[in-house]
Design a protein around this ligand. Structure first.
Ligand SMILES: NC(=O)c1ccc[n+]([C@@H]2O[C@H](COP(=O)([O-])OP(=O)(O)OC[C@H]3O[C@@H](n4cnc5c(N)ncnc54)[C@H](OP(=O)(O)O)[C@@H]3O)[C@@H](O)[C@H]2O)c1
Length: 303
C-alpha cells in the first residue's frame, strides 16, 4: 500500500513541477496577489545609508505601518529616520551592531517593547574587508563573517519565533551575486555571502509548512553605494552598476509578490547557467575578459 502511494507521488511529481513553472510564468505577465504593507512593522539592518536607506524609503512609500532601522552610526540612522518621518511614516532607530549577539537580543527586546512585533525583517547590513586571504588580518576576516553571516542568525532567531506564532512574517536577505560567483581580493565577503545564501536556502525550505511566514533572497550585481567605492570595473558601460533605489524597489516588490529568489539584473541568471555547464578553463576566460581578477586591486575595503 505504502509503495503504491509512493509510486503515485512519484508520477505526480512532474505534473506538480510543470504546474509550478506555469504558475511562475503566469505571474510574470498576469496580475498576482500583492502583500498590503499597511499592517507591517519593518526592521531593516544597516538602514542608515546605502541600499538600506533606500529600502526604508521604498517601504515607507509603499505604505508600511512602521519602520525600524538598525546600524552602528547614530547620525546616519537619525538622518534616515527624520527623512522617513517627513514622508509620513513612523520610523524609529536603534544603535545595534548585528555582529554582537547580546546586543542584537537586547535591542530586539527593546524593539518589541517600544514599537511592537516585527513582521518584515530585512537583513541588509554588511561590511567588506577587501583583501586576499594572505594579506588579511585574522580579526578582520572574523569580523565580516560575524556581521555578514552570523548577524543574520541572531536577528532571525530574535524575530522569527513571534512571526511563526502570529503566522505573519517575512525574512529578507540582501545578498550578492558574489555568493554564486566569487572574485579574488574579497575572500572574506564572498565566503560570508555564500554562507548566508545557504542559510537562506535552508531557512526558506524550513518555512514550507509554516503558514503566513515566507522568505526572499536578493542577489544584486555591483551597486552604486559607498560599499565598493574604488573598485575598478573593466567595462562599466556594458555592465553598469545598479542604482540602490532600483535594488530597493525590486526588493520590496519581491516581498509584496512573495518571490523567494531575485537576481539583479535578471541577466545574472545566465551566470548561474554558465557556471553549471562550462568547464573551469572557460569560466576563467570569462573572468579574465571581464576583469574580475583584478577589479579589487584598487579597493580599500568598507568596514
Ligand atoms: N554595493 C554593492 O555593490 C552591493 C552589491 C551586492 C550586494 N550588496 C549588499 O547590499 C547590502 C547593503 O550594502 P550597501 O551597498 O548599501 O553598503 P553600505 O553603503 O556600505 O551600507 C552598509 C550598511 O550596513 C551597516 N552596517 C555595517 N556593519 C554593521 C553592523 N555590524 N551592524 C549594523 N549595521 C551595520 C552600515 O551602517 P553603519 O556603518 O553605520 O553600521 C550601512 O548602513 C549589503 O548586504 C551588501 O553586501 C551590495
Amino acid at each position: 500500500m505504502v509503495e503504491v502511494r509512493s509510486l503515485a507521488r512519484l508520477l505526480l511529481l512532474p505534473v506538480h513541477m510543470v504546474l509550478s513553472v506555469l504558475k511562475a510564468a503566469a505571474g510574470l505577465v498576469l496580475p498576482c496577489r500583492v502583500r498590503d504593507l499597511s499592517g507591517d512593522i519593518v526592521l531593516i539592518t544597516g538602514g542608515g545609508r546605502g541600499i538600506g536607506r533606500h529600502l526604508a524609503r521604498e517601504f515607507a512609500r509603499r505604505g508600511a505601518k512602521k519602520i525600524i532601522i538598525w546600524g552602528r552610526t547614530e547620525k546616519c540612522l537619525k538622518d534616515t529616520a527624520d527623512e522617513i518621518k517627513l514622508i509620513g511614516t513612523d520610523c524609529s532607530y536603534f544603535v545595534c551592531d548585528v555582529g554582537n549577539r547580546e546586543e542584537v537580543y537586547k535591542q530586539a527586546k527593546a524593539v518589541r517593547e517600544k514599537v511592537g512585533d516585527v513582521t518584515i525583517l530585512v537583513n541588509n547590513a554588511a561590511v567588506v574587508h577587501g583583501k586576499s586571504l594572505i594579506e588579511s588580518d585574522d580579526d578582520a576576516l572574523l569580523k565580516s563573517q560575524h556581521i555578514n553571516t552570523l548577524g543574520q542568525f541572531w536577528t532571525t532567531k530574535a524575530f522569527l519565533p513571534r512571526m511563526l506564532e502570529l503566522q505573519n512574517g517575512h525574512i529578507v536577505c540582501i545578498n550578492s551575486v558574489l555568493a554564486l560567483s566569487a572574485i579574488p581580493g574579497a575572500i572574506d565577503y564572498c565566503t560570508s555571502k555564500a554562507s548566508s545564501f545557504a542559510f537562506m536556502e535552508s531557512l526558506t525550505l524550513g518555512l514550507l509548512d509554516c503558514p503566513g511566514v515566507n522568505a526572499t533572497t536578493v542577489l544584486p550585481f555591483h551597486t552604486n553605494t559607498e560599499m565598493f567605492q574604488g573598485m575598478r570595473l573593466r567595462f562599466p558601460t556594458i555592465f553598469p552598476p545598479l542604482k540602490p533605489e532600483t535594488v530597493a524597489a525590486k526588493t520590496v516588490e519581491a516581498v509584496q509578490k512573495n518571490k523567494a529568489l531575485v537576481l539583479l539584473p535578471w541577466t545574472m541568471h545566465a551566470l548561474v547557467i554558465l557556471k553549471s555547464i562550462l568547464p573551469q578553463s572557460a569560466l576563467e576566460e570569462i573572468h579574465r575578459f571581464s576583469g574580475a581578477y583584478t577589479c579589487m586591486n584598487t579597493f580599500k575595503g568598507r568596514t
